[in-house]
Design a protein around this ligand. Structure first.
Ligand code: ASP
Length: 326
């Protein structure tokens, strides 16, 4: 019995050691096949656009294709739940954001994942200032008129968003609470389709991330009342800040970042992070992101650890705000 136990134990140890060595070997040769990048919103929206710009460069660095899979629903939480449960081998990743990896925590009491416990942070891709946008024939001409109009027509106006917990939902909830109004919310699977509805004049206004709005504002297909950051954005020099336009209390900037399922080997996370850093240093990638108004993270903000801290801080920041708004 004793003999049997010892041999079983040493056999088990040998198997475990074998597994550890092969996991390490796999991490060293990673990636040997294509990688799936889940985007939790519709194609053509801000998260999708940022993910496509950065992963196209990462694929060159990693020597493997990165296939974008748009998985929509429930403000991005359907896709994020799927990513949390995916194999933690580096072949399934997610581009999450301030909504999926922070605001969803207080908004979904039964959230099937926890942004900190179920993911390995890989790297921050871009900061995305929020703008107050409207269909081009919406009557108010500037932010002051917008505030008065929305207050006077609260039960008639509607605001498009990308589902409960999405950035567009959370930031307009914040705006509406600052204004003391409760307009009708119109949910979409992402602000890509919501933007199409705004351009078509089917919805009145929206709070959206800048990358989705710059081409439309410059093309005159929608209007922008203000950008909710302390400074104007170089891609939209004529759009005033909320402070300049008379609403300093409304400040909002989102972010998009890559996450891997918890337990993804550290060597794999390090390789992916290196590829993110390299992409963000590339002139072509930088130009595309900057032209769309993104804020490119500095060196110190690009580490997995700093993304982990961002997630922690953002959950702590949004939890009391969103509980108060509700
Ligand atoms: N980021 C989302 C998208 O790409 C929209 C949102 O969170 O509001 O559509």
């Amino acid at each position: 019995m004793k003999w049997y136990g010892r041999s079983l134990a040493s056999g088990c140890l040998a198997v475990l050691a074998g597994i550890a060595i092969s996991a390490q070997a796999q991490a060293q040769t990673y990636p040997t096949r294509s990688i799936t990048m889940i985007v939790p919103f519709a194609a053509g929206g801000p998260t999708d656009v940022i993910a496509r710009i950065v992963t196209a460069h990462m694929a060159q660095t990693l020597g493997q294709a990165i296939i974008i899979e748009n998985v929509v629903g429930a403000g991005g939480t359907t896709a994020t739940t799927r990513a949390a449960k995916a194999a933690n081998d580096g072949y399934t990743l997610i581009t999450g954001h301030m909504g999926t990896h922070a605001a969803s925590v207080p908004l979904y009491p039964k959230l099937a994942y926890h942004p900190e416990k179920d993911f390995e942070p890989v790297g921050l891709l871009a900061g995305t200032p929020i703008l107050i946008l409207a269909r081009k024939d919406f009557p108010p001409k500037d932010l002051k008129e917008f505030i008065a109009y929305v207050k006077a027509n609260e039960s008639k106006v509607n605001a498009a968003h990308a589902g409960v917990g999405s950035v567009s939902n959370v930031s307009c909830e914040l705006l509406n609470s600052v204004l003391g109004v409760k307009p009708i919310g119109v949910p979409f699977n992402g602000t890509g389709p919501a933007m199409n509805a705004l351009i078509a004049g089917q919805v009145d206004y929206m709070c959206d991330q800048i990358v989705n709005a710059v081409p439309q504002i410059n093309g005159g297909t929608i209007k922008a009342y203000a950008i909710a950051t302390p400074e104007r954005n170089p891609s939209l020099p004529n759009v005033p800040t909320t402070a300049e336009a008379g609403l300093p209390a409304f400040q909002a900037q989102a972010w998009n970042a890559i996450f891997a399922p918890k337990g993804t080997p550290p060597e794999v996370v390090a390789k992916l992070n290196e590829a993110v850093v390299k992409a963000l240093d590339d002139e072509g990638v930088r130009k595309r992101l900057l032209d769309l108004g993104s804020v490119i993270p500095g060196k110190a903000e690009r580490t997995p650890a700093s993304l982990g801290t961002l997630v922690k801080n953002e959950i702590a920041k949004w939890t009391p705000v969103l509980k108060a708004v509700n």
